[in-house]
Write a protein of this length. Structure first.
Length: 263
């Protein structure tokens, strides 16, 4: 059974994902069978186009991992196309206002709640053709990655239908006049990340790397983690036991801290 991210977040459980930008369906499949709850397929900055992300979605769909596509923009047509292809959810980049967040939600929902056009060519085989069911299944994740978005965070998270907020630390740092930073930088950058983390959403997320996994989660209060790996094929089989141990450690730390304050 595919991991139900919405159900996991509602229950107060974190979701761990692999992040794939290689453009390869096989790499995505390798990540998916490693036991991640989802695989993020990066069309925005990765090497995927529509044809290659379609192949990757199909590969991930053969596993229990949910297929989540980061689309290039707020373009509702592309979001609808990957959902019709069988993706379980969409990550929308550079969401800065409540209007942006509402546009993201509408791209995942049908009339009257949204603007998504009905045509689940592949999704219909997987999930059925009931518009209400398809809309309910689609996970809508918005990226908060600018100073303006942090200023508007209360308005963004108040938009009905936003399932999770994903923090983009590199772009966030740039908008504060800093060099791109993957980890929180003490000062305004870390404060902004903390401000997003504190908002009450079923899911709030962040990128993790194996090297920084302990430090980044020491102040855990997030529900959504995307694990980046520099060499998606070269290290996976050799490090499966290490990653399993790291995942258990994260879950233990999560429990010790009493779950997530953002639920």
């Amino acid at each position: 059974m595919t991991a139900d991210l919405k159900q996991m977040w509602a229950a107060g459980s974190p979701a761990f994902g692999g992040w794939c930008s290689s453009g390869s369906a096989f790499t995505a499949e390798v990540m998916a069978v490693e036991g991640f709850d989802f695989v993020g397929l990066d069309v925005q900055h990765g090497l995927y186009g529509y044809e290659s992300v379609l192949s990757a979605i199909r590969a991930v769909n053969t596993t229990r991992a949910a297929s989540i596509v980061r689309v290039p923009s707020l373009d509702p047509a592309f979001a609808g196309k990957v959902l019709d292809a069988g993706a379980h959810g969409v990550i929308f980049p550079v969401v800065e206002t409540a209007d942006d967040a509402a546009a993201a939600v509408k791209a995942c929902r049908y009339h009257p709640q949204g603007t998504r056009s009905f045509g689940p060519v592949r999704a219909g085989f997987l999930f059925g053709r009931d518009p209400d069911v398809l809309a309910a299944l689609a996970v809508c994740i918005v990226m908060v990655e600018t100073a303006q978005a942090v200023d508007k965070i209360d308005e963004i998270v108040s938009v009905e239908g936003v399932d999770a907020v994903f923090i983009g630390p590199a772009d966030l740092a740039i908008t504060f006049g800093m060099a791109p930073a993957a980890a929180p930088v003490p000062g305004v950058h870390a404060d902004a990340i903390e401000a997003v983390r504190q908002r009450r959403r079923p899911g709030s997320g962040y990128f993790l790397s194996r090297r920084r996994i302990g430090a980044e989660v020491s102040g855990i209060g997030l529900h959504l983690f995307a694990h980046r790996h520099r060499h998606p094929l070269g290290g996976f089989n050799r490090s499966r036991r290490a990653r399993s141990g790291a995942r258990r450690g994260l879950l233990t730390r999560f429990a010790q801290l009493g779950g997530c304050p953002s639920c």
